[in-house]
Design a protein around this ligand. Sequence first.
Ligand SMILES: [Fe+2]
Length: 447
Amino acid sequence: MTTSDIAGADLSHVDGVRDRIAAQLTRARDRSRLLTDAVDDHDLVRQHSKLMSPLVWDLAHIGNQEELWLVRDVGGREPVRADIDELYDAFKHARSARPELPLLGPAEARKYVGEVRDKVFDVLERTPLEGHKLIDGGFAFGMIVQHEQQHDETMLATHQLRVGEPVLDAPPPPRGGPVGPAEVLVPGGPFTMGTSTEAWALDNERPAHQVVTEAFFIDTTPVTNGEYVAFIADGGYTDPRWWSEAGWAHVRKASLVAPRFWERVGDQWYRTAFGVTAPIDPRQPVVHICYYEAEAYAKWAGKRLPTEVEWEKAARFDPATGRSRRFPWGDEDPAERHANLNQRHLTPAPVGAYPAGASALGVHQLIGDVWEWTSSDFHGYTGFEVFPYAEYSQVFFGPDHKVLRGGSFGSDQAAVRSTFRNWDYPIRRQIFAGFRCARDASRDESV
Ligand SMILES: [Fe+2]
């Protein structure tokens, strides 16, 4: 199985909520299997980076969360393995400590997740999908599908950190194309942010609420490798003018000189992706940079990062109707022509590769390709309510985490929407993150 075999996401032929849930669960499991079967047992149990869990931990943790929520809570069934809950509680053990735990081995972990899944299919068949908030519209199942897909993206990031022969394979992304003007003007005024109607939206995306913005410009595309090289060549990493105080302290302490996984040979920059080293593609969005690097580039370019409010308005606002769309291109679920998602390709696509995915205002590649750093700290919206557990997002609220939007080539469409919010520390680079710039519109420009 190659990564493209699991990317078929068109579920439009699937009738009924139960069948759709079953199909989504199966897609997620096919991907987990692909990512764990791709390496041998030694690679599954070892730690490829202190930032990441062993792949075998992610696998059993996926099963454990599924057991807790769907087998025990929704299904009211006896535990499958109550003895391992503590090992797979993400809040009990730091990632760096997980290899030392008495974890299930690869064969045991595979058997465990299979047993849980068999019970879940039985629960799915017998449970009415209405009557209380946790199961209305299949929410708990959708939450577990998203949880597995989120861990699959994390496992993909572990693959990127793994050193060794390439084990993943996928076709190249579509070619780039024209994108029109470099910036798009987003008009000032109100728009609806967040959602109260998306059945599987998670607590931090809720509720829908009105936000008023000033007019602003946002880049039509994410910042590319070619543009980023110009920042490096201009001495961007050695000039404190472009860096915030915290960013400058970090860039010096960590000795950053380029995006992670980049290497310079002569005049050429190379990037290593999933074990394959090749010259950078100047038209692809830059990936594996931290928040501070994005912030410094934006300042060097005479711009700034968008707030998450601005990002979401650029993605969703339809000036013809004044309403907010589910996705930049409209309300329909993502199709292959809209966005680089689902691990269909193992790299961001060149700019202009997805004209059908542009927003009403003409902004490209907001969904897929690279997560985009915003300047916003991660907080709950006004009216936020924890649901169904505080450890999903509430415990991360505060100034330590920056919000990222839009998903990456490694995000599955079950776990990405225009309202979806991701967050991470501003120093993190192992995630598939890039950015685009924004700037204020002057009074003359905004009319
Ligand atoms: Fe988790």
